[in-house]
Design a protein around this ligand. Sequence first.
Ligand SMILES: [Fe+2]
Length: 282
Amino acid sequence: MTAYRHLDTNTMPSVGGAGGEGARQQLLWKDEASGATVAINHGPAGFSQKLRELLDQGEHRHYHDTVNERHYILGGDYRIWHYENVDAAPTQTILRRHTYLENPPRTLHGSRPHSRPDFATCLLVWNNGGGTSIFDPASREETPHVPFGKPWPRVNQWSKPIIHHTMEMPWMAHPAQKGWKMKFLSGAVERQAPAMLVSLPPDAGVAGTPKIPGGALRWLYLLSGDLGVTMTEGGKTETLHLKEGHFLHWEKDAVLSYGPGAASDGGCVAICIGHDLAGVRE
Ligand SMILES: [Fe+2]
């Protein structure tokens, strides 16, 4: 088994998602011990069948007791509502392409019957544990459904979401590579590594010879462009030509580096987790 996983999400198959008819999922990575996953969740315009059925009964909200859930929106207009506490009026965020949403544990969020996506939705989602499905009764300890008009004594301190409309964030200079840029999305929490966008210009060179050792929390997803990297494992090397929509995860026995020549011919933007394409970020 190789210690790295390179997937083309443009062509990889999907399976039925937890939301029933209309929901599809591409599972990119899973840690069996913790239940943590990286996945692309696809939903139809108007929500999937199970969410439609839930909303037919009225407004729905829940939280995740211990899991930190992070999302980068790839497409559509998913509507999510957040509540500062059980009594507060909710606020809506429309999750469009290039929005980042993080729900720390005990962030109260949900959906409302008259607020549904007009377009099919596509969300890159990664978390640090399992049990986050609202449709799985076995998840109810981790993901309680919170009623309206009643106190909820199990939580006395609610969390706030972290939301970035990343297209409106300025690009910052990359700390290690001249001419590269980055946008910082979120820092490390337990079993979640820092998240950032890294941009390489056309004909991007690489100063020095960065080598990024693998780890449980080391992956990237290419949002646009092309990126050439070299993977080394047990003395063997392979050059990977990553394109838009490709996913790469590498574990502790693999090392990412760059071969001779440009790392990117036409430039690229990548979502980077646990590294900044030049070194480890923990
Ligand atoms: Fe949730």
